[in-house]
Design a protein around this ligand. Structure first.
Ligand code: SF4
Ligand code: MG
Length: 331
């Protein structure tokens, strides 16, 4: 299958201002040279601790934030070069579902208007009757009742509100949905229901997902491939099975060790990282993970490791990986 989305060397820096003159004294390097592709119909999981830049990556792809540098190619078009009119049609094809279903739905709008609004904006229905007919169909498709369209967001549970958010995203027939921690705010018992729904919808509506989460266990089932992000950079990227069974990067190993396993014979020793995530304003030299990495060697604080392919598209950026494995195609 072809790439629906190509992200090339994407950077998003935010200026840090200080003093009475609000001078720029530095930059938060929220996204710092990130590259990946997503094939049509695929789900790429994007995982990392909060503040690692995964949400900013999602928003910069959608151009809700302007990129500092790099390219985003969607369906063959470099979207950061599109004018307003062309961007509008691309916007319809790329939707986002937000983390907080409480904050992302307008409390004063009925469900019919919340789901119908994007259809109005993109002129997707002839009249209100036709629009509301589509809203009814969408509500039923996401496991709610057609009758719910007259109600307001506060009348629903968190899981139901996220279903409304999903219906709103689907209303404009998108190709790509960026799911920005869509289940993080929900009870664990509800999380699986919403993820299962999103998997069903993916097949039915031919959707491609970038699925952002801070927890590998959340993306484990839904993802085809997984990218692991740390402090503005992707440190490992691989097919899901490969990432779990043949982990290359020490940071990924620490995330994996935090997932509880059902069978205690497979219990891995929990790797507890020391210290907090350092500031992305002045990231550590060499490998950004070195102050916390249990496997760090001398070179790690001095030289930034290259992001290399160790076979079958299994990418890792680590000096120790590099010493123990042979990269297949050095760039
Ligand atoms: Fe750890 Fe060094 Fe690998 Fe970075 S490059 S992850 S510090 S071993
Ligand atoms: Mg986030």
């Amino acid at each position: 299958k072809e790439n629906l989305l190509e992200v090339k060397n994407l950077k998003k820096y935010f200026p840090v201002k200080a003093g009475v003159f609000r001078r720029t004294v530095g930059h938060v390097k929220a996204v710092d040279d990130v590259s990946f592709n997503i094939k049509s119909g695929e789900t790429l999981g994007l995982v990392g601790e909060s503040g690692c830049g995964k949400s900013t990556t999602g928003r910069t792809i959608l151009r809700l934030l302007e990129a500092t540098d790099g390219e985003v190619i969607f369906d063959g078009k470099n979207i950061h070069q599109l004018d307003k009119k062309d961007m509008r049609s691309v916007r319809r094809q790329m939707q986002i579902i937000f983390q907080d279903p409480y904050a992302s739905l307008n409390p004063r709008m009925t469900v019919a208007d919340i789901i119908g609004e994007p259809m109005d904006i993109h002129n997707l229905a002839e009249n209100k009757k036709e629009r509301n007919k589509k809203v009814e169909e969408l509500l039923e498709r996401v496991g709610l009742l057609a009758d719910h369209m007259k109600r307001y967001p506060h009348e629903f549970s968190g899981g139901q509100r996220q279903r409304i958010g999903v219906a709103r995203a689907l209303a404009v027939n998108p190709h790509l949905i960026i799911c920005d921690e869509p289940v993080s705010a929900l009870d664990v018992s509800i999380q699986a229901q919403v993820i299962n729904l999103m998997e069903e919808l993916q097949d039915d509506f031919d959707l491609t997902y970038l699925f952002i989460a801070h927890d590998l266990s959340v993306v484990k089932h839904i993802s085809d491939r997984i990218a692991v992000m740390y402090l503005g950079k992707i440190v490992e990227l691989a097919d899901k099975r490969e990432l779990f069974d043949n982990t290359l990067h020490p940071y990924t190993r620490s995330l994996l060790s935090a997932i509880p396993v059902a069978d205690p014979t497979y219990e891995k020793e929990r790797i507890i990282l020391e210290g907090d995530v350092p500031s992305p304003v002045d990231p550590p030299s060499g490998c950004r993970f070195h102050p916390r990495c249990p496997e760090a060697i001398d070179i790690c604080s001095e030289v930034e490791p290259e992001f290399k392919d160790y076979g079958g598209g299994h990418m890792s950026a680590c000096h120790v990986t590099d010493q123990e494995h042979e990269a297949v195609n050095d760039k």
